[in-house]
Structures are given as structure tokens and as C-alpha cells.
Design a protein around this ligand. Structure first.
Ligand SMILES: [Zn+2]
Length: 293
């Protein structure tokens, strides 16, 4: 009996779907969440792939625009394809927080599985227009599109009051109905990066949004959210969680330490051989929090 239960637990996070769109629809219906990690190069990408293999789960890797620009979307697509051949589970590639419609189009042309067009800093009207353009472009390629409404605090986003960052339910509904976008990232109080105080998630607002639209929702700022809040959000409709800061922070911290130790003899593969398991550990820790069922 035990073995049966264990094998069920193992397979709910690596089921086969016809498409990523279908995966997200089913994840929202069954209260599961695809863990998505920001990666920067082949090294942290390898750490995420190894962690997902150890945990038997599908995973998404995301390139933030500076990463996509520096490496090019074509090269990153090939890099992920290389790792896909060696992985047991699915590795989906996503473009994170693109404020540029053109960059989204380039990623779609390069074969990304999913792209985010972030119009959260412009008017609702302009946000809808940008999102619509990307949705139309992505349609024939079958690429998933994520839009954002409301603000995620941190980085250069300055918020003055709750009303300033919390996604407005009416606006969420308007954006979704006008664009038929696949995923909606909503501002509900989380922040990008480490925060001095624990971010306060507005679950009441999340509830209202989840009741207003059927789309799978996306939780940003995954690094600073307590596990119990992550799990509660998943039960309420969050079907993708973005985790970035903990990855690059661990990467830079340990790379710096290793380089200090080696001094002038620092050699990239030797440094990275030490850093990679550290990244893998934090990724596994977050996978456990998200795949908790
Ligand atoms: Zn984000």
C-alpha cells in the first residue's frame, strides 16, 4: 500500500500533457503549481535540471530580459534543448518580465514554450493592447502567454499604498476577457528579491481574483514567501510560481567565496563544480515547498 501511495505522489508532478497550455489548465483545476526558476547560464540551468530530476518533477526555467539579450534567445533555446535530452522530466523555457513586444516575438520565433509580456507599469488600455499583440503572435506557434496586472514590489517598483500595488479585480477581468491570455500574474502583496519584513499576501484579493477569472494565476517573488503561504496560494489558484533571487544570490555568493579561496588560480570549471551543488540545494528546497502534496 505504501509503495502505491508513494508512486502516486511521485507522478502527480511529472504527468504527460499534450501541451503546456493543458498542463496549466489542469494544474489550476487540481491545485498544483509549476515551479519556475530564473537561470542565467549553463551552470545554474544544470543545477535546476539536476534538482528536478532528483525530485521527479517538471520544471520551468526562465530568462530575464538581460539574460535573453546577453545570451540571445536562440542560444538559450539550444542550451535548454541540450539538457532536455538528458532529463527524465519536462523542462519548459520561458521569457520572464519582458516589457518589449519585440523581445517576446523573438523568443516565440526562437521556440520558447512561454513568454511574459509585462504591461503592469503602463495604463490598462496599453497593457491590453500589448498583451493582445503578443497573444496573437503566439497563437499559431502554440506558445503560452503570461500577462501581469497589479504591481510586484521591489526592484524599481515603488508603491505608496495597498491600492497602488494590489491588482484590481475589475481590471483583471477586463484584461483577461479582452485578450484571452493564458496566464495572469497578479499583484497581491509579494515582492521581488529579499525583503526586510515578510511580505504580506492579500489572500482576500487573491480569492476575489480567482473567482472572477478561470485562468491559471502566477505568483511572483517566490524567494521571500513562507512555505505555508506558498501552499495556501496554490490551493487558491496559483498555478505557476516564479523563484529568482535565491538562485542568483546563491550563485554569486558561493562563486565569490570560491574565487577568493583560489585567488589568481581561480579556474571557472573548478569554481563552478563547488557552486553548482549549492544552487541545486536551494532549488530542491523550493521544489519541496511547491510540490508539497
Ligand atoms: Zn516577477
Amino acid at each position: 500500500m505504501d509503495t502505491v501511495i508513494k508512486s502516486n505522489i511521485k507522478t502527480i508532478y511529472n504527468q504527460d500533457y499534450k501541451s503546456l497550455k493543458e498542463l496549466f489548465i489542469d494544474y489550476r483545476a487540481t491545485q498544483r503549481c509549476l515551479p519556475a526558476f530564473n537561470v542565467n547560464d549553463n551552470y545554474d540551468l544544470k543545477a535546476v535540471v539536476e534538482a528536478s530530476d532528483d525530485m521527479d518533477t517538471h520544471v520551468m526555467v526562465m530568462t530575464y530580459p538581460p539574460v535573453a539579450e546577453l545570451n540571445t534567445t536562440e542560444v538559450f533555446r539550444s542550451l535548454v534543448d541540450g539538457f532536455k535530452k538528458r532529463s527524465k522530466n519536462k523542462i519548459f523555457l520561458h521569457l520572464d518580465h519582458s516589457t518589449s513586444v519585440d523581445l517576446c516575438k523573438r523568443a516565440i520565433d526562437s521556440g520558447y514554450d512561454s513568454v511574459m509580456i509585462d504591461g503592469s507599469q503602463v495604463s490598462l488600455e496599453k497593457n491590453i493592447k500589448m498583451t493582445q499583440e503578443v497573444v496573437n503572435y503566439a497563437a499559431s506557434a502554440g506558445v503560452v502567454v503570461e500577462a501581469e496586472i497589479g504591481k510586484i514590489m521591489g526592484r524599481d517598483v515603488v508603491v505608496k499604498s495597498d491600492n497602488d500595488f494590489l491588482a484590481d479585480v475589475g481590471e483583471v477581468k477586463q484584461l483577461f476577457e479582452a485578450t484571452d491570455v493564458d496566464l495572469v500574474a497578479v499583484g497581491i502583496g509579494t515582492a521581488h528579491g529579499f525583503t526586510p519584513t515578510e511580505p504580506k499576501i492579500h489572500f482576500d484579493r487573491l480569492q476575489e481574483i480567482a473567482e472572477a477569472i478561470p485562468a491559471p494565476l502566477v505568483l511572483h517573488g517566490g524567494t521571500g514567501i513562507p512555505d505555508t503561504d506558498i501552499q495556501k496560494s496554490i490551493c487558491m489558484g496559483m498555478s505557476k510560481i516564479n523563484i529568482g533571487t535565491i538562485v542568483h544570490n546563491t550563485y554569486m555568493k558561493y562563486a565569490f567565496e570560491e574565487m577568493k579561496k583560489a585567488g589568481n588560480d581561480a579556474y571557472p570549471p573548478y569554481v563552478m563544480k563547488e557552486v553548482l551543488p549549492k544552487i541545486k540545494n536551494v532549488v530542491k528546497d523550493r521544489l519541496k515547498a511547491v510540490n508539497y502534496k
